[in-house]
Design a protein around this ligand. Structure first.
Ligand SMILES: *Cc1c(COP(=O)(O)O)cnc(C)c1O
Length: 459
């Protein structure tokens, strides 16, 4: 240690005096070492300034795992998933997860592994969309047609990753605005945009805006019609980042997956309703024909050929292994039970909020376990005011945001109800929303409102 424990005058320096009186290093790496406890304290004291993930009702991403699952993660953080030669069992376990998802999404028997683990749905989306682009290019070249103007067709209810894909990989985004008063798209919205340069169509199952689903079956019927009447063979990719681990359990009859002929690939986030901490995602293909050779890289090891297709290279196995742990631990019945629990608490919260005359509930079924509400336009406060009040009251993190065009004059608030949002917490949140509305109304009416005293961390 290069740091003096004593001042020149012989006075002892406590930990507090030596470090807690110093600003944290922000620009240059410190010259000298500190002992682990000091470094940990520097970091942990600062993390207190961030929100508590347990109160983050804005995120779809998992904020709670059981102790055994955390143990799996802790014990495998040092295992690099991409080292298939050294960790063949881990690679096999990732493949099992892909097969189980293929089966969950009603894929028919498929001898090879039709997909891959990814860092999240974003990487899975990029790879799924690249596969569509290569398949389109290969078919066009075979037919002697130009390949310089690929486009991708989707609604304005998609996640921003789809715009990102189009820009990064030079594909024209044909984004269709949502009709007024609707928050998803269907065949009639998308069909006019499709032509021979369309590499594919995207449908969202569980949108980030309202948790609802595009009309996947309608889009499938439209694509089949296009194939039979105009000879256009356009595949559909389903972005089921959230919905892929919800609807197979909550709405098993809802056909959005490989039961539909034109659905060729699906992405799902393991770290959303797959109930694993970030980051793990999955890309699953309908069959091997959907994976163009150009995406696959071969490596030889131990006399065997290993094929990978990922954008990422190194990454911890911990979250992939935790996904398999969850599959073994919960099984289909367990996931179904957890989804039912989330839906019940989400229904209970919906009922409480429906009773608030300042709010209007938004969205239909089927949808993810969440509540979407809008502050009525005749109130003298906005959704932004309400979420600020909730943050102040008990540090709840709730987002207020605009819907996509043509509904972008509407602001809504979105409350996720995840596995750690127990009924007690959902009720406490509903109480806080009621009290916040009452305060905001009183304040708007010009009355003096007693300022709340902040106690500790506000828990
Ligand atoms: C979250 C989300 C994504 C991005 O997924 P990550 O796993 O965060 O990379 C893409 N699409 C939808 C519909 C999402 O909800």
């Amino acid at each position: 240690m290069a740091i003096d424990e004593q001042q020149p005058d012989g006075r002892d320096l406590t930990f507090a005096e030596r470090y807690f009186t110093q600003p944290a290093p922000v620009r240059e790496m410190p010259e000298h070492s500190r002992d682990p406890r000091v470094a940990l304290s520097v970091l942990e004291s600062e993390m207190l300034l961030d929100g508590d993930p347990a109160k983050n009702l804005a995120t779809f991403v998992t904020t709670y795992m059981e102790p055994e699952a955390r143990y799996v993660i802790e014990n495998n953080l040092h295992r690099n998933w991409i080292d298939h030669a050294e960790y063949p069992r881990t690679a096999e376990i990732a493949n099992r997860c892909v097969r189980m998802l293929h089966h969950l999404f009603h894929g028919v028997h498929c001898p090879e592994v039709p997909g891959t683990a990814t860092a999240g749905s974003s990487e899975a989306v990029m790879l799924g969309a690249l596969a569509m682009k290569w398949r389109w290019k290969n078919a066009r070249e075979k037919a002697g047609k130009p390949v310089d103007k690929p486009n991708l067709v989707y609604g304005a209810d998609v996640h921003v990753v789809w715009d990102k894909f189009c820009r990064y990989f030079d594909v024209e985004p044909r984004q269709v605005n949502l009709p007024r008063g609707r928050y998803t798209v269907g065949p009639d919205d998308l069909a006019p945009q499709i032509d021979e340069n369309t590499i594919g169509v995207v449908a969202v199952v569980g949108t980030t805006f309202t948790g609802e689903c595009d009309d996947v079956a309608g889009i499938d019927a439209m694509l089949r019609h296009l194939a039979s009447t105009r000879g256009l063979d356009v595949p559909m990719h389903v972005d089921a980042a959230s919905g892929g681990f919800v609807f197979p359990f909550s709405h098993p009859e809802f056909e959005w997956d490989f039961r539909l002929d034109t659905v060729k690939s699906i992405n799902v986030s393991g770290h959303k309703f797959g109930l694993v901490y970030p980051g793990v995602g999955w890309l699953v293909f309908r069959d091997e024909n959907q994976l163009p050779e150009q995406l696959v890289f071969y490596e030889d090891y131990l006399g065997e050929r290993d094929a990978t297709f990922t954008l990422n290279f190194s990454g911890s196995s911990a979250f992939i292994l935790a996904q398999y742990y969850n599959f073994v631990r919960y099984g289909r019945q367990g996931y179904a039970s957890l989804v039912r629990a989330m839906d019940r608490n989400s229904d209970a919260l919906t009922e409480r909020l429906a009773a608030e005359d300042a709010l209007e509930l938004v969205g239909g079924e089927p949808r993810l376990p969440l509540v979407i509400a809008r502050v009525r336009s005749d109130e003298d406060f906005t959704g932004t005011d309400l979420v600020a009040e909730l943050a102040q009251r008990r540090a709840w993190m709730v987002p207020a945001y605009q819907l996509p065009p043509d509904n972008d004059d509407q602001q809504i608030i979105r409350i996720l109800v995840k596995v750690n949002q127990s009924r007690e917490l959902a009720d406490a949140l509903a109480d806080d929303i009621s009290a916040s509305i009452a305060d905001l109304r009183r304040r708007a009416a010009g009355h003096h409102v007693h300022k709340r005293v902040h106690r500790g961390h506000g828990y």
